[in-house]
Design a binder for this molecule. Structure first.
Ligand code: NAI
Length: 415
């Protein structure tokens, strides 16, 4: 296939870490005895991860994080490759997508690379016999880690899971820069508006919100942050954003962008405050952060003035614009390409390493069921690989420096 006909060709050029992993493990195929299940937004970058796992020898079972972000051309390309099976179609109903997840799990994967803890929760709830034979898992999102923590607290986890989301190489880059840039660019493309000089309210000042707020300000917007955690609010304040409650911020907002992982961040009581023409977008969890039912209840009429924009006409004449039906604006809008490939390259390299380490590195046999931070050695290895692809060198600690770190007395005689 040429770069005109192969839907993954462009993305491969921007995922050099995954390419380097495929080169390193393509001959020995350390995953050749294993079946790896993968749930992720099934577009081009995920396609390259699937190929990489497959090139390292794994049989790969693939589903989407949700049907709306699935790209038909990627499914078609993967489906034709030996050792890869897809369980999702673009535009399929949520019921069919869920049924596909169960079909996938019934194929008894050895390892589950998950998004939002969807497959891991389902295998425990509905296929407990299969869960008992899973070697391990990896989870890439904040929301998924929260669910895994709840499973661990209930003592129900049957296998060890690496929390890929919590590694520096994931959240410093993917959540901050990936979500930040891709959310704002999708808001602008979908609305054909500019942020410069506007007031952008960002809800949640975690990794994602921080990226969105900083980048919006970098583009000339006035930024207001809403938070529930006093330390995050102070951090936003020290970073130069205004802090307000949603009730106060709503009346000033040209845009409200949510990224909290929580529900009903914009809800009935805020609707009275919103200005005519305000643009609401969610960059956080699924479709729950903006209370759509409250918008529907308040509207006397709903129109779709542009692709990807739902407009709620309130009876006092104000119009409230909701992007991407309240789903993740960077992933499910009509123009969305998801995170930039260079950022997903890092995250997916961590996912690959999670699987390789537990399956072929043997750590899955050593670990009791539970949620684990991904080992620092793997995080560093991916960071070094990334630096290599950028042709950037860093210093090494000298032996004396290493000893200095390790010696708590710092005695003169030793140095
Ligand atoms: P985080 O935990 O670092 O930050 C979330 C912040 O929201 C916290 O500071 C919390 O105090 C705050 N918060 C919670 N409820 C709130 C409320 N009602 N009002 C205001 N603030 C509230 O999480 P992170 O990594 O920033 O992720 C946020 C969400 O974005 C998660 O659901 C995550 O799964 C999702 N996500 C989305 C991506 C995308 O592509 N759109 C990529 C990565 C994560």
């Amino acid at each position: 296939m040429s770069d005109e006909t192969d839907p993954l060709a462009w993305t491969r050029d921007y995922t050099p870490i995954l390419r380097s992993l495929a080169e390193e493990y393509g001959d020995d195929e350390p995953l050749s005895d294993y079946t790896v299940a993968l749930a992720s937004h099934l577009e081009q970058k995920t396609g390259v991860l699937v190929e990489t796992l497959n090139e390292a020898g794994a049989d790969v079972l693939v589903t989407g994080s949700e049907p709306h972000s699935t790209k038909a051309e990627v499914v078609d390309t993967l489906r034709d490759q030996p050792g890869i099976e897809t369980f999702v179609e673009a535009g399929m109903s949520e019921e069919a997508w869920e049924a596909g997840q169960h079909d996938l799990l019934e194929r008894e994967p050895d390892f589950i690379l998950d998004d939002g803890c969807e497959l891991i929760a389902k295998v425990h709830a509905d296929h407990p016999e299969i869960a008992r034979h899973v070697v391990g898992g990896g989870e890439q999102t904040t929301a998924g880690i929260t669910r895994l923590e709840a499973m661990e607290a209930d003592d129900v986890l049957e296998f060890p899971v690496y929390g890929v989301n919590d590694t520096p190489m994931k959240h410093f880059f993917d959540n901050v820069h990936g979500t930040g840039e891709s959310s704002l660019s999708n808001v602008m493309i979908t609305t054909n508006t500019m942020l410069s000089g506007k007031t952008v309210v960002v809800s949640g000042y975690g990794y994602c919100g921080r990226g969105i707020a900083r980048k919006a300000r970098g583009m000339g917007a006035q930024t207001i942050v809403t938070e529930v955690d006093p330390r995050k609010a102070l951090e936003a304040h020290m970073d130069g954003h205004r802090i307000e409650t949603m009730e106060a911020a709503a009346s000033e907002a040209d845009y409200v962008i949510t990224s909290t992982g929580n529900r009903d961040v914009v809800r009935e009581e805020h609707l009275d405050e919103l200005q005519d023409g305000v643009i609401l977008a969610n960059a956080g969890h699924f479709d729950v952060e903006i209370a759509i039912a409250d918008l529907e209840d308040a509207a006397e009429r709903v129109t779709e003035p542009r692709d990807g924009v739902t407009r709620y006409h309130l009876d006092d004449g104000r119009r409230i614009n909701l992007l991407a039906e309240g789903r993740l604006v960077n992933l499910t809008g009509p123009h969305s390409n998801g995170h930039p490939a260079e950022v997903m390259d890092t995250t997916f390299a961590m996912m690959f390493e999670a699987a390789r380490d537990m399956l072929a590195g043997g750590s899955g046999e050593e670990l009791a069921p539970g949620l684990y931070a991904i080992p620092d050695r793997l995080d560093r290895e991916v960071a070094y690989r990334k630096l290599d692809t950028l042709d950037v060198a860093v210093d090494d600690l000298t032996e004396r420096q290493r000893e200095y770190y390790e010696d708590w007395e710092h005695s003169d005689s030793a140095f």
